[in-house]
Design a binder for this molecule. Structure first.
Ligand SMILES: [Zn+2]
Length: 464
């Protein structure tokens, strides 16, 4: 089951020294059980070879890196081993944004490769950030998706519905092709914006869909709609696996999804810039990093120094295989920790925690630093509040105020005491005094734009 053979679609591509294109026969990401359980030594040797090739390729073909590295007095020959990666200057979101301004419209970080496709990240502010892909890049990312899905038990007997958005955001397309590479049949309905939830569910029911790919919050939304349509999610559907990405899947959401759908729900972390770098395996005990394709570091966001295993810090990504728009020591801005020790599954790829939040999403309120996901355990504890919530911040004079907007499932008579209990619990858990306001679920969903969004945004900050 772990040695799926994929067609070598890239074998028709010959080596092209002029444009720095990788020879696919030699360098493409191999999706098989042997590469997932390489010894630590073999992983490091492999990474060293790929890192050197990446640095040289970027120096020759990506003006962005040559420019920034020269400014820092860095050149690829300074890197002899994987540990030397710390000599490479960091790249930030601002460097990419500046590059787009200086070299419009695509920036000089794409490189001079034969490009076949552009996807873009959904910039929360400003313009979308374009990311170019060569044929090799696309093959590798979709293979990494196939690795994720086979680790999550998906294979040729499955019918997999993709309800991610088919837009400039990458995940809809790459997950679709990843499913195809596992040999399963894909049902590409797209997000609720193109296929309404009722039709998604009717299709899943009629066609016997066994796996769903969508955001975690959309999976819960589908459960609500199914109930309204008179379906019993466990009895009327055959869904046994759901896989999620694009927003943090908290343990509370996972528990709800698994309970309601009677399936196993898996978390995957990635982005348009990185592709498909991490996946949960059947043990659901942290995210394995595909270390044959990426080097992930976790640093103290202030000092830039690596943090110890188990400690939280900012993720720094290097895409070892990527030709166009490679990331080399890119500060992603997401907060996570490495998980020490080995996983029960036998894979040797090291693991990281799920994302606690983004450095940018961190709310500093009344001098306390918290992430939206920190609110969730208190909200879920009583079982009386819904899974969708919004955190509103505003100011009265110099006073900063926090309000949590939630919906309520309990008895009318318990409303006041339940809200007071939640407020007290949040104060205890976060050290923050928060008001609690109850709104109807559909109003909260409207504020969150649950049906259409591809990324989650739980903070409404009106302080500025
Ligand atoms: Zn594992």
């Amino acid at each position: 089951m772990h040695s799926i053979k994929y067609a070598r679609i890239g074998s028709c591509i010959s080596k092209n020294k002029q444009s720095g294109v990788i020879d696919m026969e030699e360098e493409h990401v191999r999706i098989d059980w042997t590469s997932e359980k390489m010894s630590r030594d073999d992983i490091l040797k492999f990474q060293q070879k790929r890192l050197k090739a990446l640095l040289n390729r970027a120096w020759e073909h990506v003006p962005f890196y040559r420019r920034i590295w020269k400014e820092h007095g860095f050149s690829p020959d300074q890197v002899k081993s994987v540990e030397d990666i710390i000599k490479v200057p960091f790249i930030t979101k601002k460097d990419i944004a500046d590059s787009m301004v200086q070299f419009p419209p695509f920036g000089d970080y794409q490189g001079d490769f034969p490009v076949i496709r552009v996807q873009a990240s959904t910039g929360s502010t400003g313009k979308p950030k374009p990311i170019f892909h060569t044929r090799n890049d696309w093959e590798n990312i979709t293979s990494l998706w196939a690795r994720r899905l086979s680790a999550q038990g998906i294979g040729s007997k499955d019918i997999v519905q993709i309800a991610f958005a088919y837009t400039l955001f990458i995940v809809g397309f790459t997950s679709t092709e990843g499913v195809m590479k596992t040999g399963a049949m894909v049902v590409p309905t797209g997000s609720g914006a193109v296929t309404p939830s009722e039709r998604q569910l009717q299709t899943a029911h009629d066609w016997g869909v066994t796996a769903f790919g969508c955001t975690g919050s959309y999976m819960l939304r589908l459960a609500d709609v199914a109930k309204k349509m008179g379906f019993d999610t466990k009895r009327d559907f055959k869904v046994r696996v759901s896989f999620h990405t694009a927003e943090p899947l908290t343990e509370e959401m996972r528990t709800d999804i698994e309970k309601i759908w009677g399936c196993r729900a898996y978390n995957n972390y990635g982005s348009v810039e990185t592709g498909a770098p991490t996946f949960e395996c059947e043990h659901q005990d942290g995210l394995h990093i595909s270390e044959d394709a990426y080097i992930f570091e976790i640093i103290d966001p202030v000092s830039g120094k690596p943090v110890a295993d188990g400690e939280e810090g900012e993720l720094v990504a290097t895409t070892l295989f990527k030709e166009a728009a490679p990331l080399i020591r890119y500060r992603i801005g997401d907060i996570a920790a490495f998980i020490p020790g080995e996983c029960g599954c036998g894979r040797t790829f090291r693991r990281m925690s799920s994302i606690r939040g983004r450095v940018d999403d961190m709310i500093k309120v009344k001098g306390v630093a918290v992430y939206p996901t920190d609110f969730e355990p208190s909200i879920k504890q009583s079982g009386l509040f819904g899974s969708e919530y919004l955190i509103k911040l505003w100011k009265e004079g110099q006073r900063e105020l926090v309000k949590v907007l939630v919906d309520f499932h309990g008895e009318e008579g318990d409303l006041k005491s339940s809200c007071e209990a939640l407020s007290a619990d949040l104060h205890k858990a976060l050290g923050l005094r928060c008001e609690v306001e109850v709104l109807p679920r559909d109003q909260i969903e409207k504020l969150l734009d649950t049906e259409k969004r591809t990324k989650y945004k739980r903070i409404l900050d009106l302080r500025k």
